[in-house]
Write a protein of this length. Structure first.
Length: 759
């Protein structure tokens, strides 16, 4: 095993020369390309992008790696006889094509992980284990046997079996042949022993038994575009027609027809024989969205999280074979192996779920931009509330800004009212619940008018905290620095971070006072709503009630059909849904995200209110939104009330500029964790002082300090932040430091470039 010189590696990569030496990367945190010898039997068969099995280390433990180069020489300074042989070529044809190799190399260097780790993340598990296929042994009749057949003196059963094998147009297995020749395996084995038959191993699909076939959707013609939509498409036309890389940011209020723009743009690309990838947040991979795409594109692959390994593998192969026009999926669909890509669309581009929170910690939006750049194709980012980063890129001219300022069909934006919770008093004899008097009244009116109501509350469970009224003790998870939530239906106190649960305690463990259960989660809200509106059909949608596959779809369908009057839930209900009869949306607590110790708290709050507000007034009737808050003067909430994204952006960007936060600076966050708190802290202190001594002008180091969530699953967490006006000095520091870091004991270090969460 020997590292490969980087320049040389690039040269080999470009020529894809055939040769006896291969560069292999491994799915380990070691950023090196290792040289191996390609045995004669594998030369020509091993291709760049294939997985291989190689012997590793002194013990020659077999490990799986990816072949990234093939060259004629061993590496500079490497003794040819010290290079080990590759043991096995695992893929033929290779899984990864050349552009994907380049993209993953960029990911490794940008996100500070190894090339092998990046590569391993782009191939789904089902593809790696070739789910749904079988290695089977087939019988082959060699030409010599066929020619000599007349003259062979064979026992009748063997003669009959051979005749069957000669007649068959397909390859037969031993079982097939026995069945067709109506014999036991004996005669065929005898033929093999006489050398009259050969065998060969091939991978084949397992027969499909349990695959539910989707009903095909009747393909519908596109709508006549509105004037605004037309302008948007005209602007994109040259790029869609093959003019090269371009990034567009489509800012369109909810209901302005963004999805229709995506569909038309994709149509244009598909008409040229190209493929499109559409990324959506997992949560909006709803049947409603999927149906809309299926109606326009018959050859579509939808990659959602409920796919089995087998289905995922089949989709992947269909995409790689060019049998798919449009791929719709969540974050990882950005790696879909489309070979003839013409467009990448990212819907709700501001969503934090596009960031992966495990290695490689990539952001699908940024990976999409780089993939498109390398391929010379356009990217279309769409949102009603674009991320500050994207907005800034559009203002600086890196992206082209496109606008849909109005809802389709002159529908007005809903009126948004604020309810100041500081003025709300509980009714006599009642605890203050989730619904204020004005919200309850508005719900009554909406229901009386035969309208539907949606209520958003971003906290699941019944009570959201358990507290000692005397000493202030808060019941927390044993393993995490997180307050437990009371789930009354299940009679459990649960940790939403590690899923640990226990019996709900009655008394304070430190002073034996009776504990107070407080706060409103969706479970408690449901009970309150049912009690207040006994005549209404109420459904709750959160990850507790939506455990079984299909339940999500079922509830949404019932709501759409008007069988449900009130739908309440977590952000699951906030995204991308289109229900024309919703006339009232209530935000039960707009402050849940406002006070998080994260500089994006205001942005998230604005986005959330704007998104739910977008769920109403989508039909012929106007809609109304009521937002309950303790902070009615917060700019995020005030601006959301006015549907004033631009006003919010102006204010928020000013604040970010002042503090040099993204998009006016870059952040790298280093998180250390381990079971021994002082060890973690000592390690990060040491790392911080090295970083400080290296930091060039303009790089600021913040911390180390305990992370806001200081303990998760019994691991203590400390973090530090590096900030700089651009990414480059940070990247350089990481590349210099990370290879030299020695982790003590059980300490782990996570490097998060462009972090989305700071908790
Ligand atoms: P967004 O994605 O911005 O929320 P949609 O594309 O879902 O907006 O459009 C909102 C509604 O308007 C949908 O019901 C859609 O079918 C309809 N719509 C969009 N474009 C047009 C159009 N050009 N003509 C008529 N209806 C349209
Ligand atoms: Zn926990």
């Amino acid at each position: 095993m020997t590292p490969v010189n980087a320049k040389r590696q690039a040269a080999m990569f470009a020529t894809e020369a055939d040769g006896p030496y291969a560069g292999i990367v491994l799915n380990r945190p070691v950023d090196q390309v290792f040289s191996y010898r390609v045995p004669k039997s594998m030369q020509g068969r091993l291709k760049v992008g294939a997985r291989v099995r190689v012997p590793l280390g002194r013990g020659n433990t077999p490990a799986v790696g990816y072949c990234v180069t093939i060259g004629v020489d061993p590496e500079d300074g490497v003794e040819p006889d010290r290079v080990k042989d590759i043991l096995e070529v695992m893929d033929d044809p290779p899984l990864i094509d050349a552009p994907m190799l380049e993209l993953t190399r960029w990911m490794g260097s940008y996100y500070a992980c190894s090339w092998g780790q990046a590569l391993d993340a782009v191939v789904p598990a089902g593809v790696k284990k070739a789910a749904g296929t079988l290695m089977r042994t087939f019988l082959i009749v060699p030409e010599e046997t066929k020619l000599a057949r007349e003259t062979l003196q064979l026992p009748p059963k063997q003669a009959e079996a051979l005749a069957v094998l000669c007649r068959s147009n397909e390859l037969l297995t031993l079982d097939d042949a026995c069945r067709l020749a109506r014999c036991a395996p004996g005669p065929i084995t005898a033929l093999k022993q006489k050398g009259l038959l050969h065998t060969v191993k091939r991978r084949t699909d397992k027969p499909l038994v349990d695959r539910v076939k989707d009903e095909p959707e009747a393909v519908r013609a596109p709508l006549d575009l509105t004037d605004e939509q037309r302008v948007v498409l005209d602007t994109m036309a040259p790029a869609l027609d093959g003019d090269g890389f371009a990034a567009f940011l489509l800012h369109g209020v909810t209901g302005s027809g963004k999805t229709e723009v995506y569909l038309s743009a994709i149509e244009r690309v598909v008409a040229r024989g190209r493929e499109a990838i559409v990324l959506v947040p997992e949560i909006s991979l709803t049947p409603q969205t999927i149906r809309r795409f299926k109606r326009r594109f018959p050859k579509i692959a939808v990659l959602h999280s409920h796919l089995s390994d087998v289905e995922r593998h089949r989709h992947w192969r269909a995409i790689a074979a060019g049998e798919v026009q449009v791929v719709v999926g969540a974050r990882s669909a950005v790696f879909a192996p489309a070979r003839n890509l013409g467009l990448i669309v990212i819907d709700e581009e501001h969503e934090s779920t596009f960031k992966q929170e495990s290695i490689p910690r990539y952001h699908a939006r940024d990976v999409a931009i780089v993939r498109a750049q390398k391929l010379g194709v356009p990217v279309l980012l769409g949102s009603a509330t674009p991320a500050m980063e994207s907005w800034r890129n559009a203002e600086s001219g890196r992206y082209t800004k496109l606008t849909l300022s109005k809802r389709v069909a002159e529908r007005p934006m809903p009126e948004v009212g604020l309810i100041d919770l500081r003025n709300e008093k509980p009714e006599r004899g009642h605890a203050l619940g989730g619904l204020s008097a004005p919200l309850r009244l508005a719900m009554r009116e909406a229901l009386d008018d035969r309208g539907q109501v949606m209520l958003l509350l971003n906290r699941r469970g019944f009570h959201t905290f358990i507290l000692c009224p005397k000493c202030g003790y808060i019941v927390k998870c044993d393993a995490c620095d997180v307050a437990l939530t009371h789930h009354k239906g299940r009679k459990r106190a649960m940790c939403h971070t590690c899923d640990a649960e226990r019996d709900p305690p009655e008394f304070c463990p430190s002073c034996r006072t009776g504990l107070h259960y407080g706060g409103v989660g969706t479970e408690r809200l449901e009970r309150e709503v049912r009690a207040a509106f006994p005549d209404a059909v109420v459904r709750r949608m959160d990850s507790d009630t939506m455990r079984s596959p299909g339940s999500h779809e079922q509830v949404l369908k019932a709501f759409k059909n008007g069988e449900v009057n009130i739908l309440l839930g977590t952000q699951m209900i906030a995204k991308g849904l289109d229900f024309p009869d919703v006339t009232l949306v209530g935000v039960v607590n707009a402050d849940t995200s406002l006070h998080l110790p994260d500089f994006r708290a205001a942005e998230r709050t604005f986005q959330l209110v704007a998104q739910v507000a977008g769920r109403t007034g989508r039909g012929d009737r106007p809609g109304k939104v009521l937002v309950q808050t303790f902070c009615p003067d917060e700019p995020a909430i005030l601006r959301a009330r006015e549907h004033d994204y631009l006003g919010f952006v102006r204010h928020e960007l000013e604040r970010r500029r002042e503090h040099r936060l993204p998009p006016f600076g870059r952040i790298v966050r280093l998180i250390a964790r381990g079971p021994n708190e002082s060890e973690v802290r000592r390690f990060l202190d040491g790392l911080a002082s090295i970083l400080k001594s290296l930091a060039p002008d303009g790089v600021v180091l913040l911390g180390p300090s305990p992370a806001p969530v200081m303990k998760i699953k019994n691991l203590f967490r400390y973090h530090l932040r590096l900030q700089a006006p651009t990414a480059r000095p940070l990247q350089e520091m990481l590349h210099q430091i990370l290879p030299t870091v020695v982790l003590p004991g059980e300490v782990e270090l996570a490097v998060d470039v462009d972090p989305v969460s700071l908790l």
